[in-house]
Design a protein around this ligand. Structure first.
Ligand SMILES: [Zn+2]
Ligand SMILES: [Zn+2]
Length: 164
C-alpha cells in the first residue's frame, strides 16, 4: 500500500494508526535526529507550516501551499504565488497554555494515483512534465494537529487547508 506522503515529508512523517490508505495518511513528525518535540510555525493565512526540532534545531518545512498539493504543485494557482511568509512560532500549548515543545501530527488526503495521472496528463500548468510518482505531491488537503506532552491533549487543525 502506498500512502500519499509528499516527497518533502518522506524523511519525517511516520504513519500512525490503522486508518491509512492511498487516499489518506496520518503520521507523526520525527526529525532526522530522532527528535519528536517541536516548535511549530505557521503564517497568518494558514498556508505555510514548518516545525523546528527542539533537540537539534533543524527547521522542517511541512507545507507551502504555493508549491505543494494539487493547487501549488500541478495547477500553479496564481493566488498562491504571493503568500505572506511571516511565520509565527507556537510556543505554548493552546489547551493548557504551558510553554512547551509539542508533538506534531499531520494528516494528508489525496484523490489517489490513477486520478492524478488522468487529471494532470502528467504535465503541470506550465507545461513541465510530471512523473507518475508525483501523485503524492499533488495531495488534496493538509491538516496539522499538535499534541502537548504536559497535559496530553491534542489540539486539532492548527492548519487545515484544502490544497486541490
Ligand atoms: Zn532534530
Ligand atoms: Zn497542554
Amino acid at each position: 500500500m502506498q500512502y500519499p506522503i509528499p516527497d518533502h515529508l518522506k524523511p519525517y512523517l511516520i504513519p500512525t494508526g490503522e486508518d491509512n490508505s492511498e487516499l489518506r495518511v496520518t503520521g507523526a513528525l520525527r526529525c532526522k535526529c530522532g527528535g519528536v518535540a517541536f516548535i511549530p510555525y505557521t503564517n497568518e493565512a494558514g498556508t505555510i507550516a514548518a516545525a523546528r526540532c527542539r533537540k537539534c534545531g533543524a527547521k522542517i518545512l511541512l507545507l507551502h501551499a504555493g508549491r505543494h498539493g494539487w493547487d501549488g504543485f500541478v495547477a500553479k494557482a496564481d493566488y498562491l504565488y504571493d503568500l505572506p511568509t511571516k511565520m509565527h512560532p507556537m510556543e505554548t500549548c493552546p489547551h493548557c497554555e504551558k510553554t512547551t515543545p509539542l508533538a506534531v501530527r499531520v494528516t494528508i488526503t489525496s484523490y489517489g494515483k490513477e486520478d492524478f495521472i488522468r487529471d494532470s496528463e502528467l504535465t503541470d500548468e506550465d507545461g513541465k512534465p510530471l512523473r507518475e510518482e508525483d501523485w503524492v505531491n499533488a495531495f488534496s488537503s493538509f491538516r496539522m494537529d499538535v499534541v502537548c506532552p504536559e497535559c496530553g491533549e491534542t489540539t486539532e487543525s492548527i492548519i487545515d487547508i484544502e490544497t486541490a
